[in-house]
Write a new protein. Structure first.
Length: 302
């Protein structure tokens, strides 16, 4: 069988680094794509659109980089217009993602905001809906963790806990609530969970708890919104090479990142997009709601 280009890219980005996953490196959160070595693959040269999301309007939080950028590229090539949420200091990444969306012939709307307050979540939804004209798909993808301190409960810094909970959990609830009046029959919400929801590590105690909560929220919202014809699902990534990693992990962790998966390597953002496209597709996922799709390189998600 021919190895697909997306796999060849992912293998090359790792094997270029002489047996280590990636060279040791650290950034300040939220991190920037251009400062990563190597720069991740978001599907720029590999994703082929097949008109699976024609005419849809999607808002992707954290859409500037990493998984969010890969989802934005795929959504646009599948025919969707896209609004991108991101932090103001990520303007350069957001503009590059917007360029790729526009190159695909679709509209890109930029919505900078720090989502840690209710007011900014509401403003973001308002601006996304105004820019797109409508909202069909809300992708809750923005996320934060911190694992540079002493491992475990004793090492948890309360400011980091606050940042993690507000970004990963409060904002998701606030965004869903603000989006609800704009959603209807055939629309959907896709949350971003993690393998950490199933196999929590003591280096990410608070983060893992937010991702388990997102799974619970996904099932509960699917029950709540199903009667309105709104589907709610989540994607649980495994170790994916994105700015979040060098921005929040110790440099030494980056070297071994993702090497312990059954597939033996970290994933690239491009390898995440298919799950989001499937869940967003009104045809392919018409009867899929309340579930979590794992994309983990073989790590268990049950
Ligand atoms: P990323 O750094 O590219 O994306 C995360 C984005 O979150 C940032 O670009 C930023 O725009 C946004 N964000 C963070 N704090 C914010 C705030 N206060 N306000 C607004 N936006 C904020 O990294 P990624 O890995 O692509 O992360 C996307 C999602 O995937 C996150 O929810 C993350 O928890 C999840 N995830 C990632 C991995 C992985 O290995 N990369 C694994 C499991 C889950
Ligand atoms: Mg970013």
């Amino acid at each position: 069988m021919n190895t697909p280009d997306v796999v060849r890219n992912a293998q090359k980005l790792v094997s270029d680094q002489e047996g280590k996953s990636f060279p040791p490196q650290e950034q300040t959160p939220p991190g920037l794509t251009g400062e990563m070595t190597p720069v991740p693959d978001h599907g720029e040269t590999t994703w082929t659109g097949r008109d699976r999301l024609t005419g849809l309007k999607a808002f992707i939080t954290g859409g500037d980089s990493g998984i969010g950028r890969a989802v934005a590229i795929a959504f646009a090539r599948e025919g969707a217009d896209v609004a991108l949420g991101y932090m103001p200091e990520e303007q350069v990444d957001a503009e590059e993602t917007a360029r790729l969306v526009r190159e695909a012939g679709r509209t890109a709307v930029l919505v900078p905001a720090d989502l840690r307050t209710h007011a900014e979540c509401e403003r973001s939804i308002t601006e996304a809906v105004e820019g797109l004209g409508r909202l069909d798909v809300l992708v809750n993808n923005a996320g934060f963790h911190w694992s540079r301190g002493e491992e475990g409960l004793a090492g948890l810094d309360l400011d980091d806990v606050e940042r993690t909970l507000r970004t990963n959990l409060h904002a998701v609830i606030w965004l869903c609530k603000a989006a609800l009046p704009h959603l209807g029959e055939g629309s959907c919400i896709i949350n971003t969970s993690s393998v950490q929801a199933y196999d929590p590590s003591t280096a990410l105690i608070d983060y893992a708890a937010t991702k388990a909560a997102i799974n619970n929220l996904t099932v509960n919202l699917a029950a709540d919104l199903g009667p309105k014809g709104i589907r709610v699902n989540a994607v649980a990534p495994g170790p994916i090479w994105t700015p979040l990693q060098p921005a929040t992990r110790k440099a030494s962790d980056v070297e071994t990142f993702g090497a312990d998966t059954p597939l033996g390597r970290p994933g690239q953002p491009a390898e995440m997009a298919g799950a989001y496209v499937f869940l967003a597709s009104p045809e392919e996922a018409s009867y899929v709601s309340g579930t979590v799709v794992g994309v983990t390189g073989g790590k268990p998600v049950f």
